[in-house]
Design a protein around this ligand. Structure first.
Ligand SMILES: Nc1nc2c(ncn2[C@@H]2O[C@H](COP(=O)(O)OP(=O)(O)OP(=O)(O)O)[C@@H](O)[C@H]2O)c(=O)[nH]1
Ligand SMILES: [Mg+2]
Length: 513
């Protein structure tokens, strides 16, 4: 038998056998000064290394936790109500955040008044009364050739003298309101930060995350918005009411922002204040009403809201109410992320809400958010049956919503995503039907069904349900709601309901129950 010497153990503590230890050992000639210096350097290196370890650990923990977060996408065409729904979430789960940006909404609201005023004046200048409408385009059942709109029974041209007196009046309005018309472009510039977006609708003003700070003249916000869980002020979230103490705090904020730089807002506020009577007179002109009835002038719901509330909005020291903010309109550019911590049935979960831009030119930016989305709320504005896309004036907006919904339902990345449908703007639908607008003039397949609310929503709901059924490989349930997302009271219970159903689905899919 051959005996061999035992190999050195790999765990040997014999330092002489370890070349690294030998290499790191201080030289025998090290002086006391060099020793102190070396120990200091070694301590610094250890501290840096420990910090890196801590950061790696924290990152791992963040990633682990963020995998447990809920990601909710708000999808739908432009003007469908996504950002308004986001504000309702904010009101419920982070009311302070809405308060903190309350004053910045003046820029949007003043813009929401200035632009329709310009459009009214331009329509009065360019459309002689009695000019027939020729813009009817069919909805999802397409007839061979576009048919004309129904006569309102009021299409006889006005006498030349009446027309000329209207022309004179309009010329006077243009002169008197010229400061407001000039301010419109500046407000648009302030909101968009000078960014023009092509291919996403005519003359629209888009805002990116962080526009609020620009509107208050503060430094531009961070790339992805994180909504603060507690704002500077607490606010009761009621419809349009600000209590005294909070009102005082807001006034203070108003004065601070004024003293900082908000000359533009100050100027527009005083223009509105001094032009209020002229704006009102213009808004109430019978010629404007006639143009609207003949569909030669199309103003959206927010124009009605702010012009109807003109005396309050044009008051010196105006502070937007929550209801004003819910009605304010500005187009979203890209994707804005809002983060809320929600406590659901004793468990606190972080929710990420992604509010996307819905115009056609914006939709490509949705896709990176699809693969880790837990839930979608798809908003379809059912009041839009008589409207066409800004981006493509030949496409009926309800038709576009249906096509978009089909793409969402059939998307492979989203096939396991919890799906909620909001048939939105039901309040606007009710007013349109009450004003006698006929659905079958725009959606020919509506036929001779009753032109009444229940029948119309049942018809649209059935179409969306059919699209879902035909594109539902994974047998996913569709949760649908009839909504008016500007209605805070109703939305609170709908949001809670939706939140619970998303949360239940999340618990099941995460196998946490
Ligand atoms: N009356 C009424 N107005 C609504 C409703 N939903 C939204 N609006 C208004 O419609 C306008 C457009 O709503 P937004 O929330 O900005 O639409 P969006 O889907 O975010 O649009 P994009 O950002 O362009 O994609 C705003 O002025 C809202 O106040 C509703 O149910 N009823
Ligand atoms: Mg939006």
């Amino acid at each position: 038998m051959i005996t061999t010497p035992r190999p050195p153990s790999v765990h040997s503590t014999t330092t002489d056998a370890d070349p690294f230890t030998a290499f790191l050992r201080p030289p025998t000639s090290e002086t006391e000064h060099e020793r102190v210096d070396r120990l200091r350097r070694e301590a610094d290196a250890k501290r840096i290394s420990d910090n890196i370890d801590e950061e790696i650990k924290a990152d791992r923990e963040r990633i682990r936790k963020s995998k447990q977060d809920i990601r909710l996408l708000l999808l739908g065409q432009a003007e469908s109500g996504k950002s308004t729904l986001q504000k309702q979430f904010q009101l419920l789960y982070s009311p302070g955040a809405l308060d903190a940006e309350r004053l910045s909404w003046r820029t949007v609201i003043y813009f929401n008044i200035a632009r329709p005023i310009r459009r009214i004046i331009e329509a009065l200048e360019t459309t002689p009364e009695g000019d027939d409408d020729d813009d009817f385009e069919p909805g999802f059942s397409v007839p061979a050739a576009p048919a004309g709109l129904p006569s309102t029974g009021d299409d006889a041209s006005l006498s030349p003298s009446t027309q000329s007196s209207i022309d004179k009046q309009v010329a006077l309005f243009r002169t008197r309101l010229s400061p407001l018309l000039a301010a419109e472009a500046q407000l648009a510039d302030r909101l968009s930060g000078g960014v023009n977006v092509s291919g996403s609708g005519k003359g629209s003003v888009f805002v990116r995350t962080g526009w609020q700070s620009r509107s208050l003249g503060l430094p531009f916000g961070k790339g992805r918005e994180r909504t603060a869980s507690a704002g500077r002020f607490s606010f009761n979230g009621g419809r349009g009411s600000i209590d005294n103490q909070r009102g005082n705090e807001l006034e203070l904020q108003l004065r601070e922002s004024d003293s900082e730089e908000d000359k533009l807002i100050h100027e527009v506020a005083s223009i509105l204040n001094s032009c209020e009577a002229d704006i009102r007179e213009l808004w109430e002109m019978p010629a404007v009403k006639r143009l609207r009835e003949r569909r030669r002038l199309k103003l959206e719901e927010w124009a009605d809201y702010f012009l109807d509330n003109l005396s309050r909005v044009s008051n010196a020291g105006y502070v937007p109410t929550t209801e004003d903010i819910l009605h304010a309109r500005i187009q979203t550019m890209g994707v804005a992320e809002h983060v809320f911590d929600m406590s659901v049935h004793g468990r606190t979960v972080r929710w990420h809400l992604f509010d996307v831009g819905g115009a056609r030119g914006q939709r490509h930016s949705w896709i990176p958010y699809f693969d880790d989305a837990n839930a979608i709320i798809f908003l379809a504005p059912v009041s839009a049956f008589d409207q066409y896309l800004d981006e493509d004036p030949r496409t009926n907006r309800v038709d576009d919503s249906l096509q978009l919904f089909k793409q969402i339902c059939s998307n492979q990345l989203l096939k396991r995503t919890h799906l909620v449908l909001f048939l939105n703007k039901t309040d606007v639908l009710k007013s349109k039907l009450a004003a006698g607008v006929k659905v079958n003039k725009f959606i020919t397949s509506y036929g001779d069904r009753a032109n009444e609310y229940d029948a119309v929503v049942a018809y649209f709901k059935a179409h969306f349900a059919q699209v879902h059924r035909r594109n539902n490989e994974s047998n996913r349930v569709l949760f649908s709601h009839l909504t008016s997302v500007v209605d805070t009271k109703a939305m609170q219970s709908i949001i809670t309901d939706v939140r619970d159903s998303i949360f239940r689905g999340y618990l099941k899919s995460a196998a946490l129950v």
